[in-house]
Design a protein around this ligand. Structure first.
Ligand SMILES: Nc1ncnc2c1ncn2[C@@H]1O[C@H](COP(=O)(O)OP(=O)(O)OP(=O)(O)O)[C@@H](O)[C@H]1O
Length: 573
């Protein structure tokens, strides 16, 4: 299995996709083998049927043998019943095994999407979901429906042909004459199948992106009275997608029709030549019936085989799109950050996106630091570089003398907590949101950090730790969301805490209480504050660092950067 899966994956999906698909296929192969055996047995049952019909007609009806008639008819009935039962078992087995493969594949892709390298361009949410859902399903359906059906088809084609040869070998040559034409047609038609699949998958991604973005922005759009506008855009995107699906369907029907036309020609030829044989007395009528049944049976398998080649083209489009997600994942490698207290050092550093002059800086353990600079200059990006969440455009960032670029990101975030202005709050409960940071924290620990974040009264007034929280925390005020995020961060024993506008929506009085609690309970931790205004700028700082830029900063108003206005306000206070 370990060697078969990579080979199969390479053969079907190409060498690139085989890297990540082979393990998934290796896990699915035993189940797929079982489904294959079951479906081949069902096909064998199907193949036996026309032979039994032939016996009923020739040995029973035409020979006027009542005993033989009853025997062959009863056997046909019993096998027919068996085929029904077998079909049900088969379909359940198929669903179970193929759903398990889909779950495995989607799990792998979900993991890769979560581990996206921040240095890589982000995929819009809807596009990512379309890939995780639609493209994974495309591969699952190819592997389980198309490939399995095609193997069954080869079996039925070969079996049917063999039985036709047994009935009359000269007549059995007829289906073979059509093969070269079909192969030629297949290879000519395939590139168009691939192109159409690419367009359809892209349009599907665009539609999901529109949907996700519009739904998540509906409050803003309502305020702008722009819901109809977005609705019309969505309708247009749906129209484009339907048109593309129709083009794809017309093409696949055209491709499929070719095999049906060939089968119809074959049937006509068999009827004519076989009928002539019966007239001449060389064939019995049961033989003609059985021959016709086999020729009819070939149409499905032929169509499946024809479909296989083209379905592979579509599956390759899906694997390419999924390959993009896999490749964007950052490997979880690197050295652990040095133990002991953390000294942060920046040497001529600037993160991608930032426009400030390169920064040299050392922050010894436990310092309180204010990082200042006009909006958009790159404060957040520079801090994100400390956890490898933003790549550096120049310079270096060091964690206790170790270059951060070589440190394991997961280990780094255990030491550096970076709180953003708009924290992510998930649907569930207050406790569930807090325990994202520390799954094993007991209730007492949760209440302690709630106290630090000045949330105890609010939580008691609601349903305590079980207070329900809506998706994105939409039922909470901005200040509550920020306070929950602060409480959550305090659950982690980080050496460095970066408060990146993390207090911007909290009222000044509460903000001062929270800051005092943080200073009292985390005196040994390095605390870096970014704040354009408010109490987060107050108090004693060991360092005040101001990012400046020799590039003109277009975001300043009336020639004054916001932080300069704020500094002026501070002086006035
Ligand atoms: N993922 C990203 N990739 C590249 N550039 C980015 C990315 N995220 C933000 N930027 C850009 O980096 C620049 C600096 O953004 P950043 O958020 O660091 O500024 P800031 O100084 O923190 O501003 P503010 O005070 O308004 O929060 C901006 O021009 C922004 O558009």
């Amino acid at each position: 299995m370990d060697r078969l899966a990579p080979r199969l994956a390479r053969l079907i999906f190409g060498a690139d996709a085989a890297r990540w698909l082979a393990p998934v296929m290796a896990r699915a192969l035993p189940g797929a083998g079982l489904v294959l055996v079951a479906s081949l047995s069902a096909a064998a049952l199907g193949l036996a049927m026309p032979m039994l019909t032939r016996q009923v007609i020739d040995a029973g009806i035409m020979a006027r043998d009542m005993g033989a008639l009853v025997f062959w008819a009863a056997l046909s009935f019993a096998l027919g019943l068996g085929a029904v039962g077998f079909g049900i078992v088969n379909s359940m087995l198929h669903l179970r095994v193929s759903a398990a493969m889909l779950a495995d594949l989607r799990g792998r892709l979900f993991g890769a999407a979560l581990a996206r390298d921040p240095a890589r361009p982000d995929l819009p949410l809807g596009e990512a979901m379309a890939r995780l859902d639609g493209d994974c399903a495309e591969i699952q359906s190819f592997a389980f429906d198309t490939v399995l059906i095609a193997i069954g088809a080869v079996f039925r084609l070969a079996g049917g042909l063999a039985l036709m040869v047994a009935l009359d070998w000269r007549m059995a040559m007829l289906p073979l004459l059509a093969a070269p034409f079909e192969l030629w047609f297949l290879s000519r038609a395939r590139p168009r199948t691939q192109r159409l699949a690419e367009t359809t998958r892209e349009l599907r991604g665009a539609l999901s992106t529109q949907m996700a973005e519009t739904l998540s922005a509906r409050a803003t759009l309502r305020g702008l009275d722009a819901l109809d506008q977005r609705g019309a855009g969505f309708a247009r995107a749906q129209g484009d997608q339907i048109a593309s699906l129709l083009r794809q369907r017309i093409w696949s029907e055209t491709v499929g029709a070719v095999s049906q036309i060939i089968t119809a020609i074959l049937r006509g030829a068999i009827l004519l030549v076989g009928g002539w044989q019966v007239v001449r007395g060389e064939w019995q009528i049961g033989t003609l019936v059985a021959f016709l049944a086999y020729a009819g049976m070939m149409s499905g398998p032929l169509r499946n085989l024809l479909g296989l080649y083209h379905a592979q083209a579509r599956a390759r489009v899906a694997t390419d799109r999924l390959g993009g997600v896999i490749d964007s994942a950052r490997p979880d490698d690197g050295a652990p950050p040095p133990p002991g207290s953390a000294t942060l050092t920046l040497r001529g550093a600037r993160a991608v996106g930032g426009i400030h002059d390169p920064l040299d800086l050392t922050i010894p353990p436990g310092q309180r630091v204010l990082l200042d600079g006009p909006s958009g200059i790159g404060k957040s990006r520079l801090m994100a570089a400390l956890t490898r969440d933003a790549p550096l455009a120049e310079g270096a960032a060091l964690f206790s003398a170790a270059d951060i670029a070589g440190l394991r990101a997961r280990a780094l975030i255990a030491r550096i907590a970076h709180l953003a202005q708009r924290p992510a709050i998930l649907r569930g409960t207050l406790a569930g949101n807090l325990r994202l940071a520390a799954p094993d924290a007991d209730d007492a620990a949760l209440w302690r950090v709630l106290a630090d974040a000045d949330l105890v009264d609010w939580a008691r007034g609601a349903a305590g730790l079980d207070t329900p929280v809506a998706e994105t925390g939409a039922d909470l005020s901005g200040g509550l969301r920020q306070r929950i995020a602060i409480a959550r961060a305090l659950l982690r024993p980080a050496d460095v805490m970066i408060f990146d506008e993390a207090f911007s929506e909290i009222d000044d009085a509460a903000c001062r209480r929270i800051l005092a609690a943080i200073d009292a309970h985390c005196p040994g931790r390095t605390r870096i504050f970014i704040a354009h205004s408010g109490p987060a700028r107050e108090g004693r700082f060991d360092q005040r660092i101001t990012l400046t830029s020799s590039v003109a900063i277009f975001l300043s108003s009336r020639g004054e950067a916001p932080y300069q206005r704020e500094n002026a306000r501070e002086k006035a206070v």
